[in-house]
Design a protein around this ligand. Structure first.
Ligand code: IMP
Ligand code: MG
Length: 477
């Protein structure tokens, strides 16, 4: 028997062992790609699964590829994958010149010269791709191709049994989601979410035109020998390069998820992941008048965070800083209505440089009515070539601001900076850079000095917490 055949056989033994073990699907797949890369003597190997939207293939298990490559290197389904869709292998001899390569720069940086791909199927439907990456430019032999097809079949079997066992699917009894293979169809079907809050969150992202992928990939949390754990974040927001994990189920699960996220951050320090706890999430929705916290019957003014004089002092400091930075220039202050009107009016009166002022207004999320965020009142001043300072009352998730900034950038200002009175940094999703910040504030709903709760309390001269009626629980009978 040739050396390579022996290597293939060894790999089959390892894979068979993994498949027969009681490890979870993620671990099985991880061992599978590892054994495959070794047997082929290639730089790396990856199993990519179609995401739940059936739009893209994401790395689900991989060996020998950098974190950087794994994160950006998804593949658009349908685009340039014709051979695979027809059940055939796809060989890319030269990554540099082959037009089918979707992330050429990244692949080259990764020192990948040739790629061999075969489809992974379950129940006759394509659900993923198994790929081998070679550092040196090379052709794959018929025997190697056959080997990959066989491994792909085994991967399909692992996925199939993972699915039928539902070993890691989220259920109300509190299990974890598994990599969810999805059949490829020509039309894009709606995603099936594990939880209604995820669906609502997706609609919120849609509203702010933030692209998302549901359950994009699974991260192995434990490697080598010992029982491997997988973690599949709920969302990936490619434009923000951010994973979001929602812990909206049981408190016991939240602890477990916290632990996993901590572990993930240790193992993948480059991965940007945000945990959105039930409480945070309810608050987020309440801001838009939705969710369990929205309909507070009685509410009132809670603890005062910043008194009238504290606010004035800080606003005058900000104005001083801005006046120094804009010395000799004539900036335009743009405020986003309505919460900003108190702050902007005060800020402007403390400035010692001349400034124009203008306002814009944008629509905000009101539940999934299919509408996207839009500008409801545009600025009137021509911003081209001007030094624009966007003034905000509060930056929370940053979604409003990132939309507004993109909008203003299209007006070709000479410069564009942000000044916000309040920065609720702990809730940030869209990482926008803030040049001037008045106060960093906790994750609480704030009122006063222009900020409202259902249009009330804007007139308070100070900034306070909103006090909500305690939810009275019905005693069990
Ligand atoms: P973002 O898009 O999540 O950053 O939300 C920003 C907008 O939400 C602000 O301009 C406010 O209108 C509103 N907002 C966020 N937090 C609060 C708050 O605590 N009180 C009142 N309005 C808020
Ligand atoms: Mg605002």
């Amino acid at each position: 028997m040739g050396k390579q055949t022996l290597g293939f056989n060894k790999a089959f033994v390892e894979i068979a062992k993994a498949l027969n073990s009681n490890s979870n699907t993620g671990e099985k797949l991880h061992l599978l790609v590892k054994a495959t890369a070794r047997a082929l003597g290639v730089r790396g190997c990856s199993l990519m699964l179609l995401d739940a939207q059936r739009k893209r293939f994401f790395h689900t298990a991989s060996q020998g590829l950098s974190e950087r490559y794994l994160r950006k290197g998804y593949l658009e389904a349908g685009k340039s994958l014709a051979e695979l869709l027809n059940g055939k292998a796809m060989a890319i001899l030269d990554v540099e010149t082959d037009p089918r390569v979707q992330f050429k720069e990244l692949a080259l940086q990764e020192q990948i010269s040739s790629i061999m791909s075969v489809p992974v199927e379950t129940g006759g439907e394509m659900v993923g791709i198994l790929r081998a990456y070679s550092r040196i430019q090379r052709e794959f032999t018929a025997a190697e191709e056959q080997f990959l097809f066989t491994v792909a079949n085994l991967a399909g079997a692992a996925l199939e049994s993972g699915r039928t066992n539902e070993e890691e699917h989220p259920t109300e009894s509190g299990q974890e989601p598994s990599p969810r293979p999805a059949p490829l169809t020509s039309e894009i079907k709606p995603v099936s979410f594990a939880h209604p809050s995820e669906e609502e969150f997706a609609r919120l992202l849609d509203f702010y035109q933030i692209e998302w992928v549901y359950e994009p990939r699974s991260f192995p949390l434990q490697f080598e020998g010992r029982a491997t754990e997988m973690f599949t974040p709920d969302f990936y927001l490619p434009a923000l390069d951010l994973y979001v994990e929602m812990t909206t189920m049981k408190p016991g699960l939240t602890r477990e998820k916290n632990r996993k996220v901590r572990h993930l951050r240790e193992l993948y320090p480059d991965v940007n992941i945000k945990l959105l706890a039930r409480r945070d999430y309810d608050r987020l929705l309440a801001k838009y008048g939705h969710g369990p916290l929205a309909g507070a019957k009685t509410h009132g003014v809670g603890r005062v965070l910043f008194s009238d004089s504290q606010v004035q002092k800080r606003v005058s400091q900000l104005a001083k800083e801005i006046s120094q930075d804009y010395e000799g220039r004539y900036p335009v202050l743009v405020g986003v209505l309505r919460g900003v009107f108190c702050f902007l009016a005060d800020l402007m009166r403390y400035l010692t440089v001349p400034a124009d002022v203008d306002f814009m207004a944008i629509s905000y999320y009101r539940g999934g009515d299919g509408k996207a965020v839009r500008v409801t009142k545009d600025v009137d001043i021509d911003l081209a070539g001007r030094d624009v300072l966007l003034v905000e009352d509060i930056v929370d998730t940053g979604m409003t601001l990132s939309f507004v900034l993109n909008y203003l950038k299209s007006r070709k200002p000479a410069s564009l900076q942000v000044c916000t009175l309040l920065d609720k940094r702990v809730r940030r999703l869209a990482d926008v850079s803030l040049k001037y910040v008045g106060f960093e504030v906790p994750d609480e709903f704030l009122i006063g000095y222009g900020l409202d709760y259902e249009e009330e309390y804007r007139n308070l001269p100070f900034i306070a917490l909103l006090k909500r009626e305690k939810q009275v629980k019905k005693p069990k009978t």
